[in-house]
Design a binder for this molecule. Structure first.
Ligand SMILES: Nc1ncnc2c1ncn2[C@@H]1O[C@H](COP(=O)(O)OP(=O)(O)OP(=O)(O)O)[C@@H](O)[C@H]1O
Ligand SMILES: [Mg+2]
Length: 185
């Protein structure tokens, strides 16, 4: 009984937190951070949850450091939501592949415009076309206990960083979330 109450209060707190950051995205605390480190920390955070569901997380990070000028806390919030969404989409036993594409900037002449692509691919249930159109809408959720704020907040965080977020999905096959972020050199 008491435990249920505490869980409920935690959940309400999460919703309020989400609503607050949705209504007023906190200003970015920018610093030079290594993208691999941020991804690594995010993956560690979900390792237990993933292994309970027998979800394998494969990381193909860039060999070298990838410096980005970003708010580490906010970017981790984005990565965590994407990873949790992927875990939720996988029934039992599946995988998530994270790729950091270091060649993404090869066609860009100016270093100032260089960007890095991070792809999160899962082999979960995928997203039907009707839902895919609404996926970034605030409060769009298909989960009983979801707030539907995860991706709309992620969208605004990536946007504030001068980046881009796109989602492709094939129902029954899986989902890919692509994030592009400017690199600082
Ligand atoms: N990788 C994915 N595979 C399948 N469906 C997904 C995936 N990512 C998101 N979705 C769908 O998009 C909806 C919206 O995601 P979003 O992260 O915004 O909210 P949520 O996960 O439902 O709730 P919250 O993140 O607030 O806990 C999800 O309810 C789910 O239907
Ligand atoms: Mg979510």
């Amino acid at each position: 009984m008491a435990n249920g109450l505490i869980e409920e209060v935690d959940r309400i707190n999460d919703i309020i937190q989400g609503l607050l950051s949705f209504a007023k995205p906190s200003s970015l605390q920018l610093e030079n951070v290594d993208l691999n480190t941020l991804l690594d920390q995010s993956v560690r955070f979900i390792t237990n949850t993933a292994s309970k569901k027998q979800v394998k997380v494969n990381c193909k990070f860039a060999a070298e450091e990838v410096k980005i000028y970003a708010d580490p806390g906010q970017l981790k919030q984005v990565f965590l939501n994407i990873l949790m969404n992927a875990i939720h989409a996988i029934d039992n036993g599946g995988e998530i592949n994270i790729d950091v594409d270091s060649r993404a900037s090869s066609n860009l002449l100016s270093v100032g415009n260089a960007e890095q692509t991070i792809t999160f691919r899962d082999n979960g249930k995928g997203i039907p076309k009707e839902s895919l159109e609404k996926i970034f809408d605030p409060f769009f959720t298909t989960k009983q206990d979801g707030t539907g704020l995860g991706l709309s907040i992620s969208y605004s965080i990536i946007n504030c960083h001068g980046g881009d977020i796109n989602i492709e999905s094939t129902p029954g096959n899986g989902t890919s979330v692509m994030i592009k972020l400017p690199i600082t050199n």
